[in-house]
Write a protein that binds this ligand. Structure first.
Ligand code: HEM
Length: 424
């Protein structure tokens, strides 16, 4: 079987001293050797940043979960990515991700009903029909891009339905979502945050002009649903909250934009990374084809292996001791989910891709804290259904060109992967 070597998760050898902040580093793959060094030698590590600030990296599984649980000490209010924001920016861009309980709880309660395990199960049939349609279009082409032609298609169509956005807008929404999340990748935006002047967009989500467009879109959708309520998540979001206070327009726009940003590329890159892992491990693929009952544990291993959202950041609200270090009030603290998911203290033989791994309490959706991924069940069903539909043909798929990875220190993913279907 021919697979491009760049698609493999590297064993933890190689450069142990890579700059974790540099988006270019991740174009070559996740810097596992650096994370391994940090876990072993410096689990609470301080990194200076070019602008004079710095951050603590938390890289061991148990520490990540413990700090994430302690939201009073490690607040989300000052942002959840490495980027520095002043108070005005943080306020304008605040979503529930950048809130702590109880403020966070109010917004979370508004939307969570649409995303419970049970509710999402009721979408399974619709997801399967969509997956079948996407595959029926791609596979007969013989050669296609697994990311843009398959994995990118499903999540927005599903999320769009759920939110109640018109179908003809899905392409536009996923494109704008990519421009925001891919804000350090020149393929997705002309306003690359670390390369161009984005000062004019500092109050927009992800410091991106795409945020302005999504805000305008959300405002129109809100106006429409207020006039014509329907049975969809947007209408529910606009209803008065538990405390009787309706969302402000800014809260709604930020929440809508968060859904579009959080619900698309994460699922897409998990699907692709998981499928590539199976292609890279033919023994595991053969086992799965023989035993499709293993699909649920395979999906969890795909999630652990890809850990697409590599980190979330918190900020210390007071001085606190973690291992031998005193973290000062105001310091940035970065929880590296991706590192925790390869911590040998938690996962035996973590660099082995094992579809039977059980237990597999991975950190791909966070763990322990109030912000655990809202869309985890939706993502799981989408990944599982796509895998089930593709599985009978998967051993005929060959990687037919180099994988291109996203330029980002936040999201890890393959954004293009040419594949071929071998004659069967
Ligand atoms: C495989 C796909 C996905 C991955 C890897 C992922 C990952 C994550 C992670 C790591 C967090 C933060 C957890 C924490 O801080 O403890 C998160 C939060 C969140 N995710 Fe996902 N996510 C995925 C899919 C989705 C989908 C499909 C949606 C759709 C709505 C979504 C919406 C959200 C939201 C709204 C939050 C913030 C929740 C809060 O602040 O309470 N995610 N996700």
């Amino acid at each position: 079987m021919s697979t491009a070597s760049t698609t493999r998760t590297p064993a933890p050898v190689g450069d142990r001293w890579l700059d974790l902040t540099d988006p270019d580093v991740y174009r070559a793959g996740v810097p596992h050797a650096t994370f391994q060094r940090l876990r072993d030698e410096d689990p609470v590590a301080w990194t200076e940043e070019r602008d004079g600030s710095g951050f603590w990296s938390i890289t061991r599984y148990a520490d990540i979960v413990a700090l994430n649980r302690d939201f009073r000490t490690f607040t989300s209010r000052h942002g959840i990515r490495l980027e520095e924001m002043d108070e005005e920016e943080a306020e304008a861009r605040r979503t529930m991700m950048e809130m702590d309980p109880p403020e966070h709880t109010r917004l979370r309660r508004l939307v969570q009903g649409g995303f419970t395990r049970r509710t999402v199960q009721s979408y399974e049939h619709a997801i399967r029909v969509l997956a079948q349609a996407v595959l029926e279009e791609a596979l007969p082409q013989g050669r296609f891009d697994l990311v843009t032609d398959v994995a990118r298609q499903l999540p927005m169509r599903m999320l769009g339905r759920l939110l109640g956005a018109p179908e003809e807008d899905y392409g536009y929404l996923v494109d704008r979502g990519d421009a925001m999340i891919g804000n350090t990748d020149p393929e997705f935006t002309d306003h690359v945050v670390d390369q161009t002047d984005t000062e004019g967009f500092r109050l927009m989500p992800f410091r991106s002009p795409a945020g302005i467009e999504l805000f305008e879109y959300a405002q129109k959708l809100a106006d429409d649903r207020r006039a014509n309520p329907r049975d969809d998540v947007v209408t529910k979001m606009l209803a008065p909250t538990m405390d009787g206070e309706p969302l402000t327009d800014l809260e709604f726009k930020n929440l809508f934009t968060l859904m579009v940003a959080a619900g698309n590329d994460t699922t897409r890159y998990s699907m692709v990374g998981g499928i590539v892992a199976l292609l890279d491990h033919p023994d595991q693929l053969a086992l799965l084809q023989e035993r499709p009952d293993l699909v649920p544990t395979a999906v969890e291993e795909m999630l652990r292996w890809t850990s697409v959202t590599m980190h979330f950041r918190r900020t210390a609200a007071k001085d606190v001791q973690v291992h031998d270090h005193t973290i000062r009030a105001g310091d940035k603290v970065v929880l590296w989910w991706i590192s925790g998911d390869f911590d040998e203290r938690q996962f035996p033989d973590p660099y082995r891709f094992d579809i039977t791994r059980d237990p597999n309490e991975h950190l791909a959706f966070g763990r322990g804290g109030p912000h655990r991924c809202l869309g985890e069940w939706l993502a799981r069903v989408e990944i599982r259904v796509l895998l089930e539909e593709l599985l009978p043909q998967l051993d005929r798929l060959r990687v037919a060109g180099p994988a291109e990875r996203l330029r980002s220190n936040f999201i890890s993913g393959i954004k293009h992967l040419p594949v071929e279907v071998a004659a069967g």
